[in-house]
Ligand binder design. Structure first.
Ligand code: DGT
Ligand code: CA
Ligand code: CA
Ligand code: ZN
Length: 575
């Protein structure tokens, strides 16, 4: 079933394309508002349509959007957007995303210079033709070149959640083909990387043509880039590429191993094979000394076994220690979603969340959690109506009341996401923080401070006796904002000394700590906490992305605070 995010993305694209074609602002805003309303809505819009619920009852959705949503949900496509894509190259959207650009300028570049995507924009800038265009000039041309770098990076790769939703749609589409015997996605997606450059779909079938025909019919396909006997590549919405390989069942394991990569990991794998007198490729493992007799291929485990390795979890295939035996002990103990008992970072309607404490509790219980911490913003975050001490104490009273009603099987920790101020002090008094069950500290302002200053702010927070954890410790937003210039190893060292926790924020736009930093924290003996930072009940489902990142960092149950059962968590925090 099509997800809210996917519907929202279609309406966002619609808004962009309408803006490019000069449509009136009112209509464009209706699409943007609708996209936001759908993206943030807590129930599945597709399910509501199935139940014949009137979508206009949702704030932000008018009758036009309600109708279009229905068409999209029921047919999987939207004729209007397909028509618009004919009139306006969809890649112009990438250009309008370049900071300082916008739809009008993008369209002007298209009409005057034939610029239609980021590479052609770069070429036009480098040739100097943008500077000579009326209303642009040399300075504009220079800043476009600078800003493009960020936009190019973001446009070329999908975030893990976008990839995940595309994978689910592709999977259900391809499984309607009766010639598909087995299907999986390899490449960086299988390794759980935070962004994915293209998708690598592997299918076992005896009828590659039938499989490829069905692939071409996938609704999001914009162009078939190439098609051979067993290989095919397509471009889907937003210039993203999907590669398909059809393989025989005897080669399934070898192909999965080969196309999962990473390149670095596979170089080592091939080296090991060679040293043992074997040859390894996407079809199988062969004995070089016995007339290239095939030794394995159907099962990925056998491929690894032949070169003397246990099966390596895909998240660990980066040549970051997985070939050393001391790391191999972790392989079958890596953290899983089902190990997670609680979530210690989330917001409510008291600040910028969309749901009440009660709604968050219910949703957390439905997801099998035993505890949550309510951690709304503190007062410095005025944009989100951050809490001062009196509103916070009021909230904690309400939490006490709910906990008193509880039979003990679920617990709400009285928490706060306390801002670390620009001057390095905490936003709330020690007196106040001392009454919390859980204090997570984070930086929202003064992110551009020099390394020493911003590192010192985080050290202050770690040294504060009432702070338990640092949230989104480096502040990066993937593809949008660089991390602040914090000295991560100094932070890890301090967290270790003061027995504090570092967050792995599971939001796909953050995933902060990143894989390498989380690995460094774990190897230094710091316990991490994987939190969703949910701003709505549906955000609680983002936990899985944090788990994937934690697995890339080699995290086991022992390394993760919120894998502890409630009673043990209470004891741990009491220390
Ligand atoms: P991405 O798509 O940029 O996020 O990263 P990957 O790792 O998915 O890279 P991709 O799609 O180019 O290739 C998938 C895997 O297939 C890669 O990790 C290793 C393997 N592979 C692809 N092409 C070659 C090749 O020409 N030689 C070798 N040895 N391996 C390759
Ligand atoms: Ca790939
Ligand atoms: Ca590929
Ligand atoms: Zn937060």
């Amino acid at each position: 079933m099509i997800t809210n995010v996917e519907i929202a993305n279609v309406f966002e694209e619609m808004a962009d394309l309408l803006e490019l074609s000069g449509e009136n602002a009112f209509r464009i805003r209706a699409y943007r508002n609708g996209a936001k309303a759908i993206r943030d809505h807590s129930e599945s819009i597709a399910k509501l349509v199935e139940l014949d619920v009137d979508l206009t009852s949702i704030e932000g959705i008018g009758s036009t959007l309600a109708d279009k949503s229905k068409v999209l949900i029921q047919t999987g496509r939207l004729p209007q957007i397909e028509k618009l894509r004919q009139e306006v190259p969809p890649t112009l959207r990438d250009i309008m995303q370049v900071p300082g650009m916008g739809a009008k300028k993008a369209m002007k570049l298209f009409q005057e210079l034939g610029v239609f995507d980021l590479p052609s924009l770069r070429a036009a800038c480098e040739a100097g033709s943008v500077a000579s265009l009326k209303g642009f000039g040399l300075k504009t041309q220079q800043s476009i070149l600078q800003n493009m770098q960020i936009a190019e990076k973001a446009a070329l790769r999908l975030s893990i959640d976008q990839a995940d939703s595309l994978v689910e749609r592709l999977r259900s589409h391809m499984l309607t083909c009766s010639s598909v015997e087995r299907l999986d996605f390899a490449g960086s997606y299988r390794r759980g990387k935070e962004t994915v450059g293209d998708l690598d779909m592997l299918i076992v079938s005896r009828d590659a043509n039938a499989v490829m025909d069905r692939f071409a019919e996938f609704a999001a396909v914009q162009e078939v880039l190439q098609r051979g006997d067993t290989k095919m590549s397509v471009r889907v919405t937003d210039s993203f590429q999907v590669d398909l390989r059809v393989v025989a069942a005897e080669s399934w394991g070898a192909a999965l191993q080969y196309f999962t990569g990473s390149k670095e990991h596979n170089v080592r794998v091939r080296g090991l094979a060679k040293s043992k007198g074997m040859k390894i490729n996407e079809y199988g493992v062969y004995d070089v000394n016995d007339d290239n007799k095939i030794l394995a291929g159907a099962d990925e485990r056998d491929v690894y076994a032949l070169i003397g390795l246990p099966w390596v979890p895909p998240e660990m295939r980066e040549d970051r220690g997985e070939f050393e035996s001391q790391h191999q002990a972790r392989f079958d103990q890596l953290i899983q979603l089902s190990d997670i008992r609680g979530d210690l970072h989330m917001h409510t309607t008291a600040t910028d969340g969309e749901n009440t404490i009660e709604e968050m509790v219910l949703a957390a219980k439905q997801r099998g959690l035993e505890y949550i911490a309510i951690t709304d913003h503190s007062k410095r975050v005025s944009m989100a109506r951050g809490l001062d001490e009196s509103r916070l104490l009021q909230q904690w009273k309400a939490i006490d009341a709910i906990n008193e009603e509880s039979d003990g099987s679920f617990w709400i920790l009285k928490g706060i996401e306390c801002d670390i101020l620009e001057n390095g002090a905490m936003d709330l008094s020690d007196d106040c923080l001392a009454q919390a069950d859980w204090v997570t500290a984070s930086i929202h302002y003064g992110q551009k401070q020099p390394r020493d200053q911003i590192t010192q702010r985080i050290l202050n927070a770690i040294e504060n006796p009432y702070v338990h954890a640092i949230s989104h410790p480096t502040g990066r937003l993937i593809g949008r904002r660089e991390a602040y210039d914090v000295d991560v190893s100094v932070m890890i060292d301090a967290a270790k000394r003061h027995h504090k926790f570092l967050e792995l924020n599971a939001h796909p736009a953050r995933l902060d700590l990143n894989d390498l930093n989380a690995m460094a924290a774990i190897q230094a003996g710091v316990t991490i906490v994987i939190n969703t930072d949910a701003h709505s009940i549906s955000n609680l489902d983002l936990m899985k992305f944090g788990i994937t990142q934690a697995r890339r960092a080699g995290a086991t149950v022992e390394n993760v605070l919120n894998a502890l059962p409630l009673a043990q968590l209470k004891r741990r925090l009491a220390r």
